[in-house]
Design a binder for this molecule. Structure first.
Ligand SMILES: [Zn+2]
Length: 279
Protein backbone atom coordinates (compact mmCIF):
# COMPACT_ATOMS: atom_id res chain seq x y z
CA UNK A 1 0.00 0.00 0.00
CA UNK A 2 2.69 2.42 1.03
CA UNK A 3 4.63 1.54 -2.09
CA UNK A 4 1.89 2.24 -4.61
CA UNK A 5 1.18 5.86 -3.64
CA UNK A 6 4.63 7.20 -4.63
CA UNK A 7 4.40 5.24 -7.88
CA UNK A 8 1.10 6.86 -8.71
CA UNK A 9 2.54 10.24 -7.83
CA UNK A 10 5.52 9.63 -10.02
CA UNK A 11 3.31 8.55 -12.87
CA UNK A 12 1.16 11.63 -12.46
CA UNK A 13 4.13 13.93 -12.50
CA UNK A 14 5.59 12.18 -15.51
CA UNK A 15 2.28 12.56 -17.32
CA UNK A 16 2.06 16.25 -16.57
CA UNK A 17 5.68 16.59 -17.62
CA UNK A 18 5.04 14.78 -20.87
CA UNK A 19 2.13 17.04 -21.71
CA UNK A 20 3.98 20.20 -20.88
CA UNK A 21 7.01 18.93 -22.73
CA UNK A 22 5.07 18.18 -25.86
CA UNK A 23 3.38 21.55 -25.85
CA UNK A 24 6.50 23.49 -25.11
CA UNK A 25 8.53 21.55 -27.64
CA UNK A 26 6.00 22.37 -30.32
CA UNK A 27 5.75 26.04 -29.49
CA UNK A 28 9.10 27.38 -28.43
CA UNK A 29 11.00 27.53 -31.71
CA UNK A 30 13.74 30.14 -31.28
CA UNK A 31 12.98 30.55 -27.58
CA UNK A 32 13.72 26.95 -26.75
CA UNK A 33 15.93 27.74 -23.78
CA UNK A 34 13.42 30.08 -22.18
CA UNK A 35 10.71 27.50 -22.84
CA UNK A 36 12.82 24.78 -21.32
CA UNK A 37 13.36 26.67 -18.08
CA UNK A 38 9.72 27.65 -17.76
CA UNK A 39 8.56 24.13 -18.51
CA UNK A 40 10.98 22.60 -16.05
CA UNK A 41 9.64 24.95 -13.40
CA UNK A 42 6.07 24.09 -14.25
CA UNK A 43 6.87 20.39 -14.04
CA UNK A 44 8.68 20.75 -10.74
CA UNK A 45 5.62 22.53 -9.40
CA UNK A 46 3.26 19.94 -10.75
CA UNK A 47 5.42 17.24 -9.24
CA UNK A 48 5.24 18.91 -5.85
CA UNK A 49 1.50 19.21 -5.94
CA UNK A 50 0.99 15.59 -6.79
CA UNK A 51 3.59 14.40 -4.34
CA UNK A 52 2.63 16.44 -1.28
CA UNK A 53 -0.66 14.72 -0.40
CA UNK A 54 0.91 11.29 -0.41
CA UNK A 55 4.18 12.38 1.23
CA UNK A 56 6.30 10.87 -1.48
CA UNK A 57 8.49 13.85 -2.14
CA UNK A 58 11.59 12.00 -3.19
CA UNK A 59 9.92 9.84 -5.81
CA UNK A 60 7.87 12.73 -7.11
CA UNK A 61 11.03 14.74 -7.32
CA UNK A 62 12.59 12.03 -9.45
CA UNK A 63 9.52 11.93 -11.63
CA UNK A 64 9.68 15.69 -12.04
CA UNK A 65 13.31 15.33 -13.02
CA UNK A 66 12.49 12.66 -15.59
CA UNK A 67 9.65 14.82 -16.87
CA UNK A 68 12.03 17.77 -17.08
CA UNK A 69 14.34 15.58 -19.18
CA UNK A 70 11.47 14.89 -21.54
CA UNK A 71 10.84 18.62 -21.75
CA UNK A 72 14.53 19.19 -22.42
CA UNK A 73 14.46 16.62 -25.23
CA UNK A 74 11.43 18.27 -26.77
CA UNK A 75 13.15 21.63 -26.53
CA UNK A 76 16.25 20.16 -28.14
CA UNK A 77 14.08 19.06 -31.05
CA UNK A 78 12.89 22.63 -31.36
CA UNK A 79 16.51 23.79 -31.49
CA UNK A 80 17.16 21.39 -34.34
CA UNK A 81 14.12 22.69 -36.18
CA UNK A 82 15.36 26.25 -35.71
CA UNK A 83 18.71 25.16 -37.11
CA UNK A 84 16.99 24.00 -40.28
CA UNK A 85 15.29 27.37 -40.65
CA UNK A 86 18.68 29.13 -40.49
CA UNK A 87 21.73 27.78 -38.73
CA UNK A 88 23.44 31.06 -37.87
CA UNK A 89 20.23 32.81 -36.84
CA UNK A 90 19.52 29.94 -34.44
CA UNK A 91 22.74 30.50 -32.48
CA UNK A 92 22.46 32.30 -29.18
CA UNK A 93 25.05 35.04 -29.03
CA UNK A 94 27.13 35.21 -25.86
CA UNK A 95 29.23 38.21 -26.87
CA UNK A 96 32.22 39.41 -28.80
CA UNK A 97 35.88 38.65 -28.14
CA UNK A 98 38.65 41.13 -28.95
CA UNK A 99 36.26 42.98 -31.28
CA UNK A 100 37.07 40.26 -33.82
CA UNK A 101 35.20 37.10 -32.90
CA UNK A 102 31.55 36.44 -32.16
CA UNK A 103 31.02 33.90 -29.41
CA UNK A 104 27.87 31.82 -29.54
CA UNK A 105 26.31 28.84 -27.87
CA UNK A 106 24.43 26.09 -29.65
CA UNK A 107 23.18 23.34 -27.38
CA UNK A 108 26.30 22.45 -25.41
CA UNK A 109 28.71 23.62 -28.11
CA UNK A 110 30.68 26.85 -27.97
CA UNK A 111 30.72 28.31 -31.48
CA UNK A 112 33.36 30.90 -32.43
CA UNK A 113 32.91 32.98 -35.59
CA UNK A 114 35.65 35.09 -37.20
CA UNK A 115 33.67 38.21 -38.08
CA UNK A 116 36.01 39.40 -40.85
CA UNK A 117 36.01 35.98 -42.50
CA UNK A 118 32.23 35.85 -42.17
CA UNK A 119 31.66 39.30 -43.69
CA UNK A 120 34.18 38.53 -46.42
CA UNK A 121 32.49 35.26 -47.24
CA UNK A 122 29.09 36.91 -47.60
CA UNK A 123 30.61 39.63 -49.83
CA UNK A 124 32.47 37.06 -51.94
CA UNK A 125 29.36 35.02 -52.67
CA UNK A 126 27.41 38.18 -53.52
CA UNK A 127 30.15 39.35 -55.94
CA UNK A 128 30.41 35.91 -57.49
CA UNK A 129 26.66 35.83 -58.08
CA UNK A 130 26.62 39.30 -59.65
CA UNK A 131 29.66 38.53 -61.81
CA UNK A 132 28.16 35.25 -63.01
CA UNK A 133 24.89 37.04 -63.80
CA UNK A 134 26.29 39.73 -66.07
CA UNK A 135 28.38 42.21 -64.21
CA UNK A 136 29.04 43.29 -60.67
CA UNK A 137 26.64 46.05 -59.57
CA UNK A 138 28.41 49.32 -60.22
CA UNK A 139 28.00 52.76 -58.73
CA UNK A 140 29.03 55.96 -60.49
CA UNK A 141 31.38 58.32 -58.67
CA UNK A 142 30.14 61.86 -58.20
CA UNK A 143 33.72 63.07 -58.58
CA UNK A 144 35.81 60.84 -60.87
CA UNK A 145 39.22 59.98 -59.45
CA UNK A 146 42.41 60.39 -61.45
CA UNK A 147 44.69 57.38 -61.51
CA UNK A 148 48.35 57.97 -62.29
CA UNK A 149 49.54 54.48 -63.12
CA UNK A 150 52.87 52.95 -63.98
CA UNK A 151 53.41 51.82 -67.55
CA UNK A 152 53.00 48.22 -66.46
CA UNK A 153 49.79 48.95 -64.53
CA UNK A 154 48.36 50.94 -67.42
CA UNK A 155 49.14 48.11 -69.85
CA UNK A 156 47.42 45.58 -67.59
CA UNK A 157 44.42 47.87 -67.33
CA UNK A 158 44.12 48.34 -71.09
CA UNK A 159 44.47 44.62 -71.66
CA UNK A 160 41.63 43.82 -69.23
CA UNK A 161 39.32 46.81 -69.70
CA UNK A 162 36.27 44.66 -70.48
CA UNK A 163 36.82 42.39 -67.50
CA UNK A 164 37.30 45.38 -65.21
CA UNK A 165 34.01 46.78 -66.49
CA UNK A 166 32.38 43.46 -65.66
CA UNK A 167 33.86 43.77 -62.19
CA UNK A 168 32.06 47.09 -61.84
CA UNK A 169 34.94 49.51 -62.54
CA UNK A 170 34.14 52.26 -65.06
CA UNK A 171 37.50 53.50 -66.40
CA UNK A 172 38.29 56.04 -69.10
CA UNK A 173 41.59 56.79 -70.79
CA UNK A 174 42.78 60.29 -69.92
CA UNK A 175 46.08 60.33 -71.78
CA UNK A 176 49.39 58.58 -71.34
CA UNK A 177 49.21 56.29 -68.33
CA UNK A 178 46.60 58.42 -66.62
CA UNK A 179 43.08 57.08 -66.28
CA UNK A 180 39.80 58.36 -64.91
CA UNK A 181 37.88 56.19 -62.49
CA UNK A 182 34.20 56.98 -62.96
CA UNK A 183 32.47 54.04 -61.32
CA UNK A 184 33.22 51.35 -58.76
CA UNK A 185 31.61 48.12 -57.58
CA UNK A 186 28.70 49.04 -55.34
CA UNK A 187 30.00 46.77 -52.60
CA UNK A 188 33.18 48.86 -52.37
CA UNK A 189 31.46 52.20 -51.86
CA UNK A 190 33.56 54.38 -49.60
CA UNK A 191 36.72 52.26 -49.78
CA UNK A 192 40.18 53.25 -50.99
CA UNK A 193 39.63 52.73 -54.69
CA UNK A 194 43.15 53.52 -55.82
CA UNK A 195 44.67 50.90 -53.56
CA UNK A 196 42.13 48.31 -54.64
CA UNK A 197 42.67 48.96 -58.35
CA UNK A 198 46.44 48.77 -57.95
CA UNK A 199 45.99 45.51 -56.05
CA UNK A 200 43.92 44.07 -58.91
CA UNK A 201 46.25 45.40 -61.62
CA UNK A 202 49.15 43.75 -59.88
CA UNK A 203 47.34 40.44 -60.12
CA UNK A 204 46.38 41.06 -63.76
CA UNK A 205 49.91 42.20 -64.63
CA UNK A 206 51.23 38.85 -63.46
CA UNK A 207 49.15 37.02 -66.06
CA UNK A 208 51.40 35.42 -68.64
CA UNK A 209 50.41 33.70 -71.85
CA UNK A 210 49.56 30.52 -70.00
CA UNK A 211 47.07 32.14 -67.65
CA UNK A 212 43.96 34.10 -68.55
CA UNK A 213 41.59 36.32 -66.63
CA UNK A 214 39.27 33.42 -65.87
CA UNK A 215 42.15 31.68 -64.05
CA UNK A 216 42.42 34.53 -61.58
CA UNK A 217 38.78 35.59 -61.62
CA UNK A 218 37.94 33.98 -58.27
CA UNK A 219 41.07 35.36 -56.72
CA UNK A 220 40.20 38.86 -57.85
CA UNK A 221 36.64 38.54 -56.55
CA UNK A 222 38.12 37.38 -53.25
CA UNK A 223 40.39 40.43 -53.14
CA UNK A 224 37.43 42.71 -53.80
CA UNK A 225 35.45 40.95 -51.08
CA UNK A 226 38.32 41.37 -48.64
CA UNK A 227 38.59 45.11 -49.42
CA UNK A 228 34.84 45.58 -49.07
CA UNK A 229 34.69 44.57 -45.41
CA UNK A 230 36.23 45.96 -42.25
CA UNK A 231 39.66 44.44 -41.74
CA UNK A 232 40.52 45.53 -38.25
CA UNK A 233 38.82 45.04 -34.94
CA UNK A 234 35.35 46.40 -34.62
CA UNK A 235 32.62 46.25 -32.03
CA UNK A 236 29.42 44.99 -33.56
CA UNK A 237 26.01 45.94 -32.24
CA UNK A 238 23.50 43.19 -31.59
CA UNK A 239 21.62 44.31 -34.73
CA UNK A 240 24.78 44.04 -36.81
CA UNK A 241 25.45 40.53 -35.56
CA UNK A 242 21.88 39.46 -36.30
CA UNK A 243 22.04 41.07 -39.76
CA UNK A 244 25.32 39.27 -40.47
CA UNK A 245 23.85 35.96 -39.32
CA UNK A 246 20.77 36.27 -41.51
CA UNK A 247 23.01 37.11 -44.49
CA UNK A 248 25.15 34.10 -43.67
CA UNK A 249 22.05 31.92 -43.64
CA UNK A 250 21.40 33.03 -47.25
CA UNK A 251 25.01 32.34 -48.28
CA UNK A 252 26.14 29.10 -49.83
CA UNK A 253 28.98 27.78 -47.71
CA UNK A 254 29.49 24.62 -49.73
CA UNK A 255 32.25 25.99 -51.99
CA UNK A 256 35.73 26.73 -50.71
CA UNK A 257 36.42 29.86 -48.74
CA UNK A 258 38.30 32.45 -50.86
CA UNK A 259 41.27 32.61 -48.50
CA UNK A 260 40.95 29.02 -47.38
CA UNK A 261 40.37 30.32 -43.88
CA UNK A 262 37.61 28.92 -41.70
CA UNK A 263 34.67 31.11 -40.78
CA UNK A 264 33.60 29.05 -37.78
CA UNK A 265 35.12 26.88 -35.08
CA UNK A 266 33.24 24.72 -32.62
CA UNK A 267 34.30 23.55 -29.18
CA UNK A 268 32.12 20.83 -27.72
CA UNK A 269 31.38 20.51 -24.02
CA UNK A 270 33.36 17.27 -23.97
CA UNK A 271 36.39 19.07 -25.43
CA UNK A 272 35.97 21.87 -22.93
CA UNK A 273 35.77 19.41 -20.02
CA UNK A 274 38.88 17.69 -21.27
CA UNK A 275 40.70 21.03 -21.27
CA UNK A 276 39.86 21.45 -17.61
CA UNK A 277 40.53 17.80 -16.80
CA UNK A 278 36.98 17.14 -15.67
CA UNK A 279 35.27 13.75 -15.73
ZN1 LIG B 1 40.26 39.40 -45.85
Amino acid sequence: MAGSAPDAAAEGAAQVGGQVGGQVGGQVGGQAVVGRVAAAQAVAQAGDEVAAPVAAEIEAGTAAYVAAEIVADAAEGAVEEAAEAGYFSSLSVIGQFNASYILCQQGTDLVLIDQHAAHERVAFERLKGEFAGKQVDSQGLLFPETLDLSFRESAALLENLDELARLGFALEEFGGTTWLLKGVPQILAGSEYQRIIRDILEELGSLGRSRTFSDVQEDILARLACHSVVRGRRNLTEQEVLALFSQMDLTDFSSNCPHGRPVLQRITLAEMEKMFKRG
